[in-house]
Ligand binder design. Structure first.
Ligand SMILES: Cc1ncc(COP(=O)(O)O)c(C=O)c1O
Length: 488
């Protein structure tokens, strides 16, 4: 029986439930099970109603193997043959059973892993926008911090899609560096790391519902306790041991227990062996400014708080208050770890002469269209640009949805053929228009740099942030996750 035979039969049974069973799959020596699998998905996307997906174990050729189960209605579409994907799906075949919603997520995860595997083989496809991640620069920056501050350890901050660099690509690089932990903001990010086989310990620094912590099955994940009430709820709720870092509010007044609540917290932790205290932390509110006063006040409060923990928990592993900029203020501070965000990605909001950092990310696109306009013509939404002379202009298929900040409209620049070209008119959702009058011989398909990895370039993240009257963090995290990151 061929695949065509099966699908045709299913197609004819329009009104009844279409069933592909394991035997049919095994009986198809010339086709891979992947084809059926692909076929069902293609069908769903194109309107065939799949009733459900699940995951189970089954016997095939006297061997136990995993299989995708699926029940679908109406027509199925025959997919293009996909030998590479089939290779990886060799152990998967289609079977029918009742829909089990709780297994839907597991199944979707498998599908995303398979799609990712497939994408590895097809990653050579040309894309309109390329985000390049420089692995060497990332490691260089980490080593720079380790060299300049040999007495403390560093934990990279990977929240907000690793500051726009791509959570998984960055985690994959850092996973091999034997770091104390990777820091994320949410439980979801921690889950994503584990689903992608990242093995390093993880610290979640954002708030997590106590119920989520209670139910968590994630291994080697530490939770930050951000208030006394959260600690109290956890104390009453949890049945299994959890690793926690206690955040102290030393003056930022955002997250953390007030110093006056420390004694209560210590009592709760001491009386509940399931609350495993791994660290104490805080955060500086004004670390990236030249003013020293507020930092000093916070650090004094920190030193006082730390003493209580040192006496009650002499073996406590981690004390951390500093992020990238905070290191300028913490030479004499009691701490043994710093949470490294922006600096790790090679960008600095302050001058730190101990370090020479390299930006990690570069964003390029192409010229997608060229035209000439006459003096007096206007460009883009709301006619905010009027040509003062006849001009040659070009479009780039990237706009504010792709991370090109709309505030760069009429003031930003891009680089084409090593020359700067002004952005003209309003940046649209997916298109930016530039003036290329001064550069002859530009052709459709030529490369354009929109964010440069050269720190002194006018297209550097820091410079763009200045032009937009914002901070580099915001420019970076607005680069959307769906764009492919190429690690070089
Ligand atoms: C609590 C906390 N720690 C560390 C960081 C990392 O800061 P930076 O990127 O300045 O190194 C942040 C960033 O927002 C943070 O909120």
């Amino acid at each position: 029986m061929t695949l065509m035979g099966v699908t045709t039969r299913l197609y004819q049974r329009k009104s009844s439930t279409a069933v592909i069973n394991a035997n049919a799959a095994v009986m198809m020596p010339t086709t891979r099970h992947a084809d059926i699998f692909d076929c069902c998905w293609g069908g769903e996307e194109r309107g065939a109603r799949c009733k459900g997906l699940g995951l189970g174990e089954g016997k095939r050729n006297k061997r136990m193997s995993r299989f995708i189960v699926m029940k679908c209605r109406s027509k199925l579409i025959i997919p293009k043959k996909n030998p590479l994907l089939s290779m990886y799906l060799d152990n998967i075949f289609v079977y029918t059973c009742e829909f089990r919603p709780e297994r839907y997520t597991i199944c979707m995860n498998i599908i995303s892993i398979l799609r990712y595997t497939k994408s590895l083989f097809y990653s050579k496809k040309k894309s309109l926008i390329t985000i390049t991640i420089d692995r060497n620069a990332l490691i260089h920056n980490l080593k720079e911090y380790q060299r300049a501050y040999p007495d403390i350890q560093f934990a990279p901050v990977l929240k907000s899609n690793a500051y726009g660099h791509g959570l998984i690509p960055i985690a994959c690089i850092l996973d091999k560096e034997n770091l104390p932990f990777l820091i994320v903001d949410s439980y979801y990010e921690a889950l994503t790391l584990r689903q992608n086989h990242i093995k390093s310990p993880i610290l979640i620094i954002g708030y997590v519902f106590p119920e989520t912590i209670k139910k968590s099955r994630l291994k080697n994940v530490h939770f930050t306790i951000t208030s006394l009430s959260q600690l109290q709820t956890l104390h009453d709720l949890i049945r299994n041991p959890i690793s926690i870092h206690l955040k102290i509010d030393t003056g930022m007044h955002r997250q953390g227990l007030l110093p006056s609540e420390i004694h209560q917290a210590i009592t709760l932790i001491k009386h509940n062996p399931r609350l495993k205290l791994q660290g104490v932390c805080s955060h500086l509110a004004d670390a990236d400014s030249k003013r020293r006063k507020y930092n000093q006040a916070q650090l004094a409060q920190w030193e006082q708080s730390v003493q209580f923990f040192k006496t009650t928990f002499p073996d406590l592993k981690y004390y951390h208050i500093s992020a990238s900029a905070g290191l300028l203020h913490t030479d004499t501070t009691t701490h043994n770890l710093a949470r490294l965000g922006l600096g790790l990605y090679g960008i600095s909001t302050i001058e730190n002469t101990k370090l020479s950092l390299k930006p990690v990310l570069k964003l390029t696109s192409i010229i997608s269209g060229i035209k000439t306009i006459k003096k007096g013509d206007t460009v883009g939404y709301n006619n905010t640009f009027t040509a003062s002379h006849d001009m040659t202009i070009a479009t780039i298929p990237a706009g504010y949805s792709e991370g090109i900040d709309r505030r760069l409209s009429n003031i930003g620049q891009v680089e084409v053929a090593k020359k700067l070209c002004p952005i003209i008119g309003r940046i649209s959702m997916n298109i930016t228009i530039i003036d290329i009058t001064h550069i002859p011989d530009i052709q459709v398909g030529d490369r354009v740099t929109l964010i440069h990895d050269k720190p002194l370039s006018p297209l550097s993240v820091s410079h763009i942030a200045e032009q937009c009257d914002t901070i580099p963090y915001e420019i970076l995290i607005h680069i959307p996750p769906h764009l492919r990151r190429e690690v070089r």
